[in-house]
Write a protein that binds this ligand. Structure first.
Ligand code: COA
Length: 155
């Protein structure tokens, strides 16, 4: 698969929304994650990167280096369904990890709904540790699960 990674621009916001609708996220999440991308693109500790193929945005990741715990938090990772299972999600997370390592941060983490079994299998496949479940985190009837990867320590 041929694609390039580049920095997100505000003009990409609609393309990000289309991607999130394509993977069937509800409008509430589409709005929140699109706004988070805009915020992090202007944040000194944040970064948003898009993958582009033939002029189309086919995936993106947003992340923030958190001074609180010297960890990089990933609020959003999405790959177009047409490009699933071709290594792009892993490449986007690898990029975030490299950026985190460059500034000597301790690791990277994120959370996902416990019902998102494909994403949970993906995080496990690429070496993340399932850390804990947050009951009712997303909604009264939707738990969150946190996945973490520490760079200098096995869990
Ligand atoms: C989760 C997601 C980002 C994975 O991206 P992807 O590009 O399809 O994944 P990759 O091709 O990079 O897969 C990397 C590894 O994970 C494994 N993997 C990916 N999806 C998997 C699945 N559904 N079940 C089991 N393993 C899976 C791959 O086999 C691969 O393993 P390998 O490195 O041993 O070969 C993508 O499916 C997606 O965008 N889903 C919808 C949005 C979403 O759920 N985002 C995360 C929410 S927090």
């Amino acid at each position: 698969m041929n694609y390039t990674l580049r920095t997100y621009k505000k003009e990409d916001n609609e393309a990000l929304k289309s991607l999130m609708r394509e993977v069937e996220w509800g409008e509430h999440y589409v709005d929140v994650h699109a706004n988070t991308a805009n915020d992090l693109s202007q944040d000194n500790e944040g970064e948003v990167v898009v993958a582009e193929a033939n002029g189309n945005v086919i995936g993106f990741i947003s992340f923030k280096h958190q001074k609180l715990n010297f960890m990089t938090f990933v609020p959003t990772l999405v790959v177009s369904t047409k490009f699933h299972n071709q290594g792009l999600g892993k490449a986007l997370l690898k990029y975030a990890e490299e950026q985190s390592r460059k500034i000597n941060y301790r690791g990277i983490y994120l959370d996902t709904p416990d019902t998102n079994l494909p994403a949970r299998a993906f995080y496990k496949a690429i070496g993340f540790h399932e850390a804990y479940t947050m009951p009712h985190y997303y909604l009264d009837d939707l738990n969150g699960v946190t996945y973490i990867k520490l760079f200098n320590r096995d869990l």
